[in-house]
Every structure is written in structure tokens, then in C-alpha cells.
Design a binder for this molecule. Structure first.
Ligand code: KIV
Ligand code: ZN
Length: 392
């Protein structure tokens, strides 16, 4: 039986923190409903101490989104936790997420705290957070560069204080899959009460490994994955929600985990996010980039016309994209040209196709893509007779 995995979406928090992606409270509220409909289990709506706007956004989302668990972030500091707790008050199912760094690099250079202080502050933060929410997530920031025994000590303290989720962030995207999977397995084996908590993973993409690391951790017993739509987030971003979900969906033979995501809503949500932030998705982005279901090479187009199974591992409809595209360019062949002209209303015999192809290649050499208007011009130039459908 596949194991259900919780999808913790942080598009509105970690995603929004990245340059160019910040959102007004109204924009966050606009994106929250589609995220809820997408089927995420937890939606991290913001960092309420950061600004009044973020406080209002979290509060409004908590009030409006009743089907999803709404989370708010707080440092392990009393004022942050109280502010996050207040913002979450209207939530049907609040999750208060508190964090402190555990690596020596962060302790020495950023926090200027001893290990004992960090343990005590993590414990107090979780205790206080439990006054506001039945579900409290504790994150050990920079967990993957932390001393393992110290990391375990902090996590055990957090569980003792009442944490229900332990998040093990690869904050700087430093880990590699086998190492990250081993860390999760080791923590599960050594935590004092592993059965009391969900282990969560939160990976950044500095080495392009965020999704691979997250997937590797699932096999070691992680029960929650943190991710963001279009992979947005600090620096190179967070693990991409669409890549994670579709890897689990397409490769369910190899990855026996399920999510509650309605995959056909993936592309529409990705588009809404781009529209709100004004940042387009890179064309070759997996799943949601405009080239993800586009084919230009002649051999590929020929294969696609015979069966989409030849060059597509999922149908575009699975992720909410209307159809694949066979784009015509200098790498396209006669099969694709004939099919496109037929679609426009010209059925060509062999001789006509040769003549049309010669004209087509001349245009393709001049410009990157050949459009329908160019094909119409070719048809006119060759004096091709339109079919009944076209002349009707
Ligand atoms: O990357 C990180 O460590 C974080 C934490 C706040 C969870 O975003
Ligand atoms: Zn992060």
C-alpha cells in the first residue's frame, strides 16, 4: 500500500521571501484559495512578525481557508510566537512553526549563542507555541550542517516540549540525496519518541538537488515534504511542488507514496502565481514550463503523431495543460508539416508536400519558428486548393 505524504506548501512564506516574489496581503489571499483547492495539506501563509501586512494576510487566510491547515512562522522568540499565534487565531486547524538554527556556523557567526542556550530556547519556544496551536512544528535551521548529536539533543527537547512535527531543513541546499536520506533514517532511529512526531523535510535548491533530496528522504520515513509552486524560495528556491508531486505520481511503481494533490490543478496554480508576481516560469522548467509539452525535432514530432507515448511520460491534461504542441522550426520534418497543413485545411499529395517543405525550410532558416500565417502564405504561393472544410 502506498504511504500518504503530507504536502506542506510554503509558496506564501519561503517562496515569497525570494527577490522578485514578494506579495501584498491581497495577492497572498488571492493565491491561497487556489492552493487550498490544489489539495495541499498545510499552507504556510507567512511570517506575521515580519510586517503588519503579513500578519493581516495570515489572519485573513486563516479565516477563509477552512479545509487546509494554515501555518505561520516564528523565530524561537516570545514576541514572534505570540504574533504568529494571534494571526492564527481564526484558523480551523492552526499550525505554529517555530525555528532556531542548530549548526555551529550559525551559532557562532549569527546567533552568538551557546549550544545550551539553543536547547533551552527551542524548548521554551515550543512550550509557548503549544498555548496557541495543537500542532507545533519545530525546525532546526541549517540541520544538515549541524553536529548530529547536538541536532538530536535539540529535537528531543522540542518533542519533550510538545512539538508534533520536526522539520530537518537543508537550509543552504548543501546535502546530497544519500546523505540526507541517511540523516533522516538516523534521526528516526535515535529520537527518543519517534512515533510521537512527523518528520518533515525542507530542501533548498542551491545544487539543484532539492527534489532529489526530498524524494530520498521519503524512503527513510519522512512523512511531510515542504515545497513551493514553481520552486520559488530563498536563493535558488525550494523543492518544486509540481516536480515532487508528479515524480510521485508518474513513478508510483518506484516511489510508493501518495499525496492529496489534484494534479490537474497544477498548471493553473502555476500560472496564477506567475501572473501575481509578474515572474514567468523558465521555458524549460519541468512540468509547468512552456516547453514541457512542446516538440520541435522532426523525429520527435513523427513519434508524437504516431503515439504520444513515444515522447511524453504523462499527458498534458494530467497537470491541467490543454494539449501538447508540435512547433514547427528547422528541425521539424515532413510529417509534422503535413499534419499542420491538414489541420489548417490543406490535404497535400506527395509532390505538393515536397514543394511546401522546400518553402518551409527557407522560412525556418530565417526565423526560429514557422507560424500558421507563414503556412497560409506557402499554400497561397503554391496555389494549393483548400479542402471543403476550409472553404465552408
Ligand atoms: O530553510 C530554512 O531553514 C527555513 C526554515 C525557517 C524552516 O526556511
Ligand atoms: Zn527555507
Amino acid at each position: 500500500m502506498p504511504v500518504p505524504i503530507r504536502i506542506f506548501d510554503t509558496t506564501l512564506r519561503d517562496g515569497e521571501q525570494a527577490p522578485g516574489f514578494s506579495m501584498t496581503p491581497e495577492e497572498k489571499i488571492r493565491l491561497a484559495r487556489p492552493l487550498e483547492e490544489l489539495g495541499v495539506d498545510v499552507m504556510e501563509a507567512g511570517f506575521p512578525i515580519a510586517s503588519d501586512g503579513d500578519f493581516r494576510a495570515v489572519q485573513a487566510i486563516a479565516r477563509q481557508c477552512r479545509q487546509v491547515r494554515v501555518a505561520a512562522l516564528a523565530r524561537a522568540v516570545e514576541a514572534d510566537i505570540r504574533r504568529a499565534g494571534d494571526a492564527l487565531r481564526p484558523a480551523a486547524r492552526p499550525l505554529l512553526h517555530t525555528f532556531i538554527a542548530t549548526s555551529d556556523i550559525h551559532l557562532e557567526h549569527k546567533l552568538k549563542k551557546t549550544r545550551a542556550q539553543v536547547v533551552a530556547e527551542a524548548y521554551s519556544a515550543v512550550r509557548l507555541a503549544r498555548e496557541y496551536a495543537d500542532e507545533v512544528e519545530f525546525s532546526a535551521e541549517d540541520a544538515t550542517r549541524s553536529d548530529r548529536d547536538f541536532l538530536l539533543e535539540v529535537l528531543n527537547a522540542a518533542v519533550e516540549a510538545g512539538a508534533t512535527v520536526l522539520n530537518i531543513p537543508d537550509t543552504v541546499g548543501y546535502s546530497v540525496p544519500q546523505e540526507y536520506a541517511a540523516l533522516i533514517a538516523w534521526l528516526r532511529a535515535h529520537l527518543r519518541f519517534p512515533e510521537k512526531v512527523i518528520l518533515s523535510v525542507h530542501c533548498h535548491d542551491d545544487l539543484g538537488l532539492a527534489v532529489a533530496n526530498s524524494l530520498a528522504a521519503l524512503a527513510s520515513g519522512a512523512g511531510q515534504v515542504e515545497c513551493a509552486v514553481n520552486g520559488i524560495g530563498e536563493r535558488a528556491g525550494n523543492a518544486s511542488l509540481e516536480e515532487l508531486v508528479m515524480a510521485l505520481h508518474v513513478r508510483r511503481d518506484a516511489l510508493p507514496f501518495t499525496t492529496g494533490i489534484h494534479t490537474e490543478k497544477i498548471f493553473p496554480v502555476s500560472q496564477i502565481l506567475s501572473e501575481i508576481t509578474g515572474v514567468a516560469v523558465q521555458p524549460n522548467k519541468a512540468i509547468v514550463g512552456r516547453n514541457a509539452f512542446a516538440h520541435t525535432a522532426g523525429i520527435h514530432q513523427d513519434g508524437m503523431l504516431k503515439s504520444p507515448l513515444t515522447y511524453e511520460i504523462m499527458t498534458p491534461a494530467t497537470v491541467g495543460i490543454a494539449q501538447s504542441q508540435l512547433l514547427l522550426g528547422k528541425h521539424s520534418g515532413r510529417h509534422a508539416l503535413r499534419a499542420r497543413l491538414a489541420g489548417l485545411g490543406w490535404e497535400l499529395n506527395r509532390e505538393q508536400l515536397e514543394a511546401a517543405y522546400a518553402e518551409f525550410i527557407l522560412i525556418a532558416d530565417r526565423q526560429k519558428l514557422v507560424y500558421d500565417d507563414d503556412l497560409r502564405a506557402i499554400a497561397a504561393q503554391l496555389g494549393l486548393a483548400p479542402t471543403a472544410a476550409q472553404s465552408a
